[in-house]
Design a protein around this ligand. Structure first.
Ligand SMILES: NC(=O)c1ccc[n+]([C@@H]2O[C@H](COP(=O)([O-])OP(=O)(O)OC[C@H]3O[C@@H](n4cnc5c(N)ncnc54)[C@H](O)[C@@H]3O)[C@@H](O)[C@H]2O)c1
Length: 350
């Protein structure tokens, strides 16, 4: 990426969880985030760095105006729908926002000469693609998404790759494993509604602010029988976006890179870590396995190190839980979401 002074980076979905943390990382790097978000699930209060434009990625005219008005030279694309379960019930919505929305964005980027893109992909593209319950997953593992959500991420990757070949766009798809934690400042954090992610749900249960946790399956082929997942601190994830934006890649290149730690933590280990941090055990019940939930999803992170010169720095489980707990005790926004009366279990998959 051409790093002119104050280079403007379009951040679609920048009012959401990972986008807000990445906007802060861009600002700290001397870049100017231009946050473009419909606020369908994001928060205006999460936008603290750079400029804000309220708009939908399916609106090509508004995207073009934003790119021109701010002199955007690169983009990071987070915007989209994220709940795996909802994607099964409403696949049409997911294809419309995630895939059609990305088509519109790609056209706007190529029409206005924006040559660099980082895309939010997911370990969901692998589905059951790990080679064994305790093996890490390399980027060239079989892609077999187990949900419409994963299908949309894989479709976007393929479309972006073709766009790179056709128009000389240079792009990196980051396949996140489980994003978790919050910025230590306490200014921004995770506030999904509904919340389906394990760590905030376990914290809410331990604090007595949410229902007891459901652990889906303790009969997997893993050391303690519960699912293994690779938890990456959201600030490490944010740093990976800056590294991907600045990576020295030839024009027209497309790269897909896992972002995780390379280590798995089991659901029961997370439950234990949250209980220690809160000072009270997490109340939980054991439920049946969920369809399509793999025993283990742990990233092979060699490529992130070699291609992006990136390694995680804040992703010990205790650090992630401590930062998440600080946020959950005193969230700056989204505090109403737990009182919505919904019952959630632990989402162990991405
Ligand atoms: N959270 C995770 O663990 C995880 C894991 C893998 C991949 N991802 C991907 O990372 C991205 C960000 O996830 P997140 O957890 O920050 O989600 P989030 O819901 O907090 O943020 C998504 C943002 O996109 C906005 N948005 C949604 N549809 C839009 C549209 N049509 N136009 C404009 N804005 C729109 C929302 O208002 C929200 O601010 C998503 O693409 C998600 O699929 C997340």
């Amino acid at each position: 990426m051409d790093r002119g002074l104050e280079a403007a980076v379009l951040v679609t979905g920048g009012a959401g969880y990972i986008g807000a943390h990445t906007a802060k990382a861009l600002h700290e790097r001397g870049l100017t985030p231009v946050i473009y978000d419909s606020l369908s699930s994001g928060y205006r209060e999460a936008v603290r760095w750079g400029h804000f434009v309220q708009g939908d990625i399916r609106d090509g005219r508004a995207l073009a105006d934003t790119i021109q008005a701010h002199g955007v030279t690169a983009a990071i694309h987070f915007a989209g729908l994220i709940e795996v379960g909802r994607s099964v019930a409403r696949p049409d919505l997911f294809w419309e926002h995630n895939v059609a929305g990305t088509v519109t964005l790609l056209s706007a980027l190529s029409e206005h000469g924006v040559g660099r893109l980082v895309f939010s992909s997911s370990a969901a593209v692998y589905g059951q693609g790990g080679r064994g319950p305790l093996e890490t997953i390399p980027e060239d593992a079989v892609k077999a998404p187990a949900s419409p959500y994963g299908d949309t991420k894989l479709a976007c990757e393929r479309m972006i790759e073709a766009q790179c070949a056709a128009y000389g766009l240079t792009a990196v798809a980051l396949r996140y494993f489980n994003a978790a934690g919050a910025d230590p400042s306490g200014l921004i954090g995770e506030a999904h509604e509904p919340e389906t992610h394990l760590i905030p749900l376990a914290i809410a249960a331990a604090l007595g602010e949410g229902p007891p946790l459901t652990v889906f399956g303790t009969d997997f082929d893993t050391p303690d029988g519960s699912c293994l997942r690779d938890y990456i601190h959201v600030n490490d994830l944010a740093a990976a976006h800056v590294a991907a934006l600045e990576a020295d890649l030839p024009q027209g290149a497309f790269e897909a890179v896992n972002v995780g730690t390379g280590y798995g933590a089991s659901v029961l280990q997370v439950v234990g870590a949250v209980g220690r941090a809160v000072g009270r055990p997490v109340p939980y019940t054991i439920g049946a396995r969920r369809t399509g939930d793999p025993a283990s999803l742990v990233a092979d992170v060699a490529r992130a190190g070699s291609l992006l010169d990136w390694t995680p720095k804040s992703s010990s489980l205790d650090r992630i839980v401590a930062d998440a707990l600080r946020w959950e005790r005193c969230p700056c926004y989204g505090s109403g979401r737990r009182s919505a009366g919904k019952q959630h279990g632990a989402e162990a998959a991405v």
